[in-house]
Design a binder for this molecule. Structure first.
Ligand code: SAH
Ligand code: SF4
Ligand code: F3S
Length: 439
């Protein structure tokens, strides 16, 4: 402990769930230097932007946010401003050039060095892919928010989809060792966590060192399911080519594994899938969906789609809509293709913006119809809900169902962390309402 008043840290997180996890770990690392987090940027001694480089808009947002910090930095030159995450990795020293108010730039693989970096005088930049494992150098987990937690089990990507920056910003695939993950999971559960989502850019490509060699994700899940008090397991994000038989089977025989799977397909056209370097066809994806549904019939599937990839014709786009109609998704994220510097697809001519927008709208309308129908079909059904926090109305709790639907439940005796049975009574655009079933 130091006698000095705690310094205040404001973190803003952009992008994926792994960034959410990383932000928590960065806050913990800086906690060792006396920083406590604040929700107010005005009272912060340090502002850290944990950035995303996946699409142009995401990356540009960081620069506009930095611009808005200028008056604050002007008024208080001692204010430290840091840029972390994938923009930091991709643009490095460029950031310091473009935005002189930035003091510190740190990439996703070197943020365990933040405590030393904040003490350095002058500008510092670290975008190494260090030899040492950052997780081994981070303090134990502490900033837990409620009964659910993320746990990064794998990072990086070797797939090199033609449009994607992740293999460059996060580096090669690395899996964390089984023993460390079991210890971290047990620690989370001992502190009240009841649901863990395993994270990785290619989480189902997990092959961490365990007893007798490399373990698959299926094996890791089966072992994790033995932890008493860990009621729910999820994982994200998967690549279709890494869904092995054992993992598919786990969806049928591990009760803790929740019936929701995010399985990005990107396109339903084989020509476009090939140009994207996805290394699977639409037919292979559909066969995989059949296998997964055979193992767990009530599973809810979600996906990612990119529209207007270079060269995408009307027929290609129709093939994507056809795939969506065949599968029937419970949810999906869809994006207009965004050319990213340094990726192979960025060399190719882009489609007109109006065409891209029209396709995105058509695809999103179809997905919305499917999402609504999936939710409507829950009305009258009994589900389990893990309460996360009180709702906006008095005596109301909000949590997630097994199928990852947000559910509002009238329950004045409910507490965060309660896992309860609920009968769904109504469906709103983005959530469900239900009544607690008391036995
Ligand atoms: N396998 C990854 C995908 C990360 S990116 C994971 O762990 O989540 C999330 C999604 O962003 C991708 O599935 C893709 O649909 C979309 N995306 C990636 N690069 C993009 C680009 N250049 N333009 C538009 N969307 C993109
Ligand atoms: Fe990007 Fe493809 Fe890797 Fe996903 S699998 S992170 S989309 S390169
Ligand atoms: Fe974005 Fe990096 Fe995640 S580019 S999506 S923050 S891995």
């Amino acid at each position: 402990m130091t006698d000095a008043a705690p310094k205040k840290l404001f973190i803003k997180t952009y992008g994926c769930q792994m960034n959410v996890y990383d932000s928590q770990r960065m806050a913990e690392a800086l906690g060792a230097k006396g920083y406590v987090t604040t929700e107010s940027v005005d009272e912060a001694d340090m502002v850290l932007l944990n950035t995303c480089h996946i699409r142009e808009k995401a990356a540009e947002k960081v620069y506009s946010d930095l611009g808005r910090l200028r008056p604050l930095k002007h008024a208080r030159p001692d204010l430290k401003i840091g840029v972390a995450g994938c923009v930091a990795q991709a643009e490095g020293a460029e950031i310091l050039k473009r935005m002189p108010l930035v003091d510190l730039v740190v990439g996703p693989q070197s943020y365990h060095r933040l405590p030393q970096m904040v003490e350095a005088a002058g500008k510092v930049i670290d975008t190494d892919f260090p030899e040492e494992d950052k997780f081994e150098h981070l303090p134990p987990r502490k900033a837990l928010r409620g009964p659910t937690a993320f746990l990064t089990v794998q990072e990086g990507c070797d797939k090199f989809c033609a449009f994607c920056v992740v293999p460059y910003t996060r580096g090669a695939e690395v899996s964390r060792p089984v023993a460390r993950l079991l210890a971290e999971a047990r620690d989370l559960v001992s502190r009240g966590v009841r649901e863990i989502t395993f994270l990785g850019q290619n989480v189902n490509g997990y092959h961490g060192a365990g007893d007798g060699g490399a373990w698959s994700l299926g094996r890791l899940i089966r072992e994790m399911a033995r932890i008493e008090g860990l009621e729910r397991i999820r994982y994200t994000t998967s690549h279709p080519n890494d869904m092995d038989d054992d993992l598919v089977a786990a969806h049928g025989d591990v009760p803790q594994l929740m019936p929701y799977l995010h399985l990005p397909v990107q396109s339903g056209s084989d020509r476009i899938l090939k140009a994207m370097n996805r290394k699977h066809t639409a037919e292979q994806y559909l066969r995989l969906v059949e296998r997964i549904r055979a193992a767990r019939p009530d599973i809810l599937l979600s996906s990612d789609f990119i529209v207007a990839f270079p060269g995408e014709t009307d027929a290609d786009f129709e093939a994507t809509l056809a795939l969506i109609r065949t599968v029937g998704f419970g949810a999906a994220f869809s994006f207009r293709y965004s050319a990213r510097p340094g990726t192979p697809a960025a060399e190719k001519p882009e489609l007109p913006a109006e065409l891209a927008d029209a396709r995105l709208q058509a695809l999103q309308a179809l997905i919305t119809t499917q999402q609504r129908a999936t939710q409507e079909a829950m009305v009258g059904r009994e589900v389990s809900v893990l309460y996360e926090k009180p709702g906006r109305l008095r005596g109301q709790m909000v949590g997630k169902s097994d199928h990852l639907h947000a559910v509002h439940v009238t329950d004045s005796a409910g507490r965060p962390g309660d896992l309860v049975r609920v009968r769904i009574t109504a469906s709103a655009p983005n959530s469900l309402a239900g009544e607690r079933i008391t036995i």
